[in-house]
Design a protein around this ligand. Sequence first.
Ligand code: F6P
Length: 345
Amino acid sequence: MRVGILTAGGDCPGLNAVIRAAARRLMTHGHQPIGLRRGYRGLAEHDWVELDQRSVSGILHLGGTIIGTSNYNPFREEQGVEKVLSQQTQDPLDAVIAIGGEHTMMITRRVQEELGIPVVGVPKTIDNDVTHTDYTFGFDTAVQIATDAIDRLHTTAQSHDRVMILEVMGRNTGWIAVYAGIAGGADAILIPELELTVEEIAAAIARRHERGKDFSIIVVAEGAQLAFEAGDRQLVRASEEVDQYGYPRLGGIGAALAIELEQRTGYETRVTSLGHVQRGGTPTATDRLLATRYGAHAADLVMAGETGRMVALKGAEMTSVELSEVEGIKTIDLRYLELAKTFFG
Ligand code: F6P
C-alpha cells in the first residue's frame, strides 16, 4: 500500500512522533509511507515525498512537523476537490492518515465519504478539545510549559507582593488553564466553561491578603470572558480578524483583567501571556508515548482496512471511533475546577 501522511492545522508537540510511528509501522509491514507536504495542500498539488527509515529517523523529540502544515481545505479552495480527484487518478494513494484537530477530522471524514479516499484521523491539539478521545498529544506538553511558568511567576509574586496573571491558550475550553492551574497551585482560574466575575476574583484576592498572603497567582484561559457582577461580559480578542475556520483570534483577557483587578484591590497586578510558547519545542515523554501509540494504531487501522475512523484514547486503551461521530468540542470536566477551588482565596 502507498499511504499518505499529513499534518493539518496548527503545529503541536508530538506531530513528528506520530509521523515516525505510523511510517515505521507501515514500513515494517512492507508498505510505503508518503509525506504529504502542508496538509491537504500536498494531496491536492501532488506535493509529496516518499518517507523512508532515514527521513523519519531522529525526529521523535522534535517539535513542529517535518512535512509542514496548513489550513488548506480542498472543499473550500477553488478547484480543490477537482485537484485531489485528478491526483488520485494519476498517482493514487491507497489511504491517507490525517493528523489534525476537530476541523481536520471533519474534512477527513468528507475526503472518504465524498472523494472515496480511505482515511484514518489522528487527533492533535494542545487544547485537548477533540471529542471522543480522553487526551490529545501536545496537551501534556502545553500543561507542563504553563506549569513551569506558574512556578517561575511565584518567585516574583512572592518577592514583590504582586498579583501575577498568566494567560494561557485553549481556545474555547479551559483544559490547559485548569490542569496547569491545579499543578502550579493557582489562587484563581478563569475558563470559558464557567463564569467567574471580576468582583469574585477581587474578593478572593482580598481574602488571601486578610489571611496574610500578600501575593496571588491567577491563571486565565484566552477564551474566558471578562464578566462583571452587573451582568456585562466581554470576549477579549487579539484582533478583529477571524481565522479560516471562523474562530476569533483570542488573546488579551489577561491584560484586561489586570486593569480591573488592580483598580478594585489596589495591589500591583502584572500579566504574562504564554502564547505560542505553549505549542513549541520538545514534547514531554508522556506526549511522545501517546503520539507514538496514536501513530502506530493509525497505521494498524489502515492495514486492517478499518478506515473512516479516528484513533482515540479511552482510559488506558488505544481504540478508534467513526469519524462521523467526531463533532463539536470537548469541554472540561468541571469537577477539576471544583478540585482547584479547594485552594482558591
Ligand atoms: O488550537 C491550538 C491553538 O494554539 C489555540 O490554543 C489558539 O487559540 C490557536 O491555536 C491559535 O491559533 P493561531 O496559531 O492560528 O493564531
